[in-house]
Design a protein around this ligand. Structure first.
Ligand SMILES: [Zn+2]
Length: 160
């Protein structure tokens, strides 16, 4: 995969990383959690459920259990892999993960004001669990991502 594409996708992620795709607590279809005043607003893409969740702590990277740590709702984009779960908070992040895992050469750099500078201390890489960075797991992880895409076709997303 061309590194340039990876950089672009990561730049895109920083804008949408606050969106979290989860299972709707009512109909189990895809629902999106948006940042909202003092919490999060859930909006279901199928049954149109709208629900407000109070802010009760900071969002942390889930470890073994692929849930949204803010609401406890099960993540929409996940698949078992290597005794763990491959997961993403949202479709953009899934693209980034695929590019990252699929990249043969990971440039050492990070972003500064939207410009790629160095991967070091990049928030995204730091938050990735170490097993996802192992070369021997790469093939399985990419397969899991493929399964997520097949199993979780994305409904048309409203742009607001
Ligand atoms: Zn629903």
């Amino acid at each position: 995969m061309h590194p340039k594409r990876t950089h672009l996708q990561i730049a895109k992620t920083s804008q949408t990383s606050k969106e979290v795709w989860v299972h709707c607590p009512r109909c189990n279809a895809a629902a999106i959690l948006f940042p909202a005043a003092e919490g999060r607003r859930l909006s279901c893409l199928k049954c149109a459920l709208e629900k407000h969740y109070e802010w009760n702590g900071y969002l942390t990277w889930p470890k073994r259990d692929p849930i949204d740590p803010h609401t406890g709702l099960s993540l929409w984009l996940k698949w078992p892999c290597c005794g763990q779960f491959v997961w993403a908070l949202n479709p953009t992040q899934l693209d980034v993960l695929e590019s990252y895992v699929g990249a043969d050469l990971r440039p050492s750099g990070t972003f500064k004001q939207g410009k790629f500078v160095s991967w070091q201390n990049s928030t995204y890489e730091n938050r990735l669990p170490s097993w996802m960075k192992l070369a021997r797991n790469r093939r399985s992880i990419l397969k899991a991502i493929e399964r997520i895409r097949r199993d979780r076709p994305l409904p048309a997303q409203e742009t607001s």
